[in-house]
Design a protein around this ligand. Structure first.
Ligand code: ADP
Ligand code: NA
Length: 327
């Protein structure tokens, strides 16, 4: 029986992934390997929508791949690859650009947000980013794409483009479905628990590759309210609730059981224990990352194998699309 196929990608620009990336996305990537034929890519083509230093980009791409492996992506079960190693992404990306209306691309709200935040002049790549993302997905005839709220609009565009191509040229692409994975946690900033944890806010982010001592300290100094009671109430007690969600996600224990356990104890106890839980989780992950980065020849081999597997699928899809177009 063939499994449904899933495609997902992550940008290499940050170097270290953070706890939000892990609990909101990458943990689900690992779990999806049990049910899906998974294609996971480090999307370096997307990274250059903003200027990158070549040395840093190359290093961060390896560091990203090493983290995915260390977190549990199994290259024997899943196709793990770097986007630029599979030239079909850029090739189908061009085709899809030609299928997209200018106004249609302009309605992508992430472009509006991101371009508004860019200081320097905004490149066209930032504008066409969701179209390349559509190509990323359609190349693999993916059944499912794990999506958070912010990505829904992009998946809609992907489906529209696939439908449009199929109508114009004959059935070529599968229309992917959004895949809502359970146990996806939205993680909030430790210093401002009303906004989502993000690499762009260094004070409140917990990075997987940071010194665990520093991370534990960040957790101990997380912003909480002036009360004492440990209860789960995201509206009134955002900080404490965020810590409970993280604790629960990292240990598999329910929030209710944690609340019961911490009855009569203070925020300090919860934070100290969570710091230890995080350290226990991240220490072996860091050790595996270091191993992969210690032998980049071997890491590159793993990625070359992944790219080969990805290309064997992507090249077939592209050939069919090119043929239909009249190339
Ligand atoms: P983007 O900013 O383009 O969404 P990121 O690199 O920040 O991409 O995130 C990569 C993945 O991690 C995405 O799937 C995103 O939804 C998820 N993610 C990022 N931050 C959080 C967070 N604070 N909580 C949960 N998931 C998150
Ligand atoms: Na983000």
């Amino acid at each position: 029986v063939s499994r449904p196929r899933v495609l997902s990608g992550i940008q290499p620009t940050a170097g270290s992934f953070h706890l939000g990336n892990y609990l909101g996305a990458l943990r689900q990537w690992v779990a999806l390997q049990d049910t899906h034929d998974a294609f996971y890519c480090v999307v370096d083509l997307h990274a250059i929508t903003v200027e990158q230093d070549p040395k840093v980009l190359r290093q961060n791409t390896r560091v990203s791949a090493a983290q995915l492996l260390a977190l549990g992506i199994d290259p024997d079960r899943s196709s793990l690859f770097v986007q630029s190693h599979v030239p079909e992404h850029a090739q189908l990306g061009w085709v899809m650009q030609c299928m997209t209306g200018f106004g249609e691309a302009g309605r992508m709200t992430q472009f509006k947000d991101k371009s508004a935040r860019q200081e320097a002049s905004v490149g066209v790549g930032l504008f066409t980013y969701p179209i390349l993302q559509a190509a990323d997905i359609l190349l693999y005839q993916a059944h499912h794409v794990p999506v958070g709220e912010d990505q829904r609009q992009h998946l809609e565009l992907t489906r529209d483009l696939a439908q449009r191509f199929n109508t114009r040229y004959g059935k070529t692409f599968r229309l992917p479905e959004p895949y809502i994975v359970k146990d996806t946690a939205k993680i909030y900033d430790l210093q401002d628990p009303t906004s989502k944890m993000s690499k762009s806010v260094p004070a409140g982010v917990v990075e997987l590759l940071d010194d665990p001592k520093r991370s534990a300290k960040k957790i101990r100094s997380a912003v909480t309210d002036t009360g004492r009671e440990i209860v789960y109430d995201p509206a009134a007690k955002a900080g404490v609730s965020n810590l409970l969600v993280i604790f629960s996600a990292l240990t598999g224990r329910s929030v209710e059981s944690l609340v019961a356990d911490y009855d009569g104890k203070g925020y300090g106890d919860l934070k100290k224990d969570l710091g230890e839980v995080f350290t226990e989780f991240v220490t072996p992950v860091q050790a595996r990352v270091a191993e992969y980065l210690d032998d980049t020849a071997e890491l590159d081999k793993v990625l070359a194998r992944g790219a080969e597997r990805a290309r064997s699928v992507a090249s077939k899809t592209l050939a069919r699309a090119y043929d239909r177009i009249g190339f």
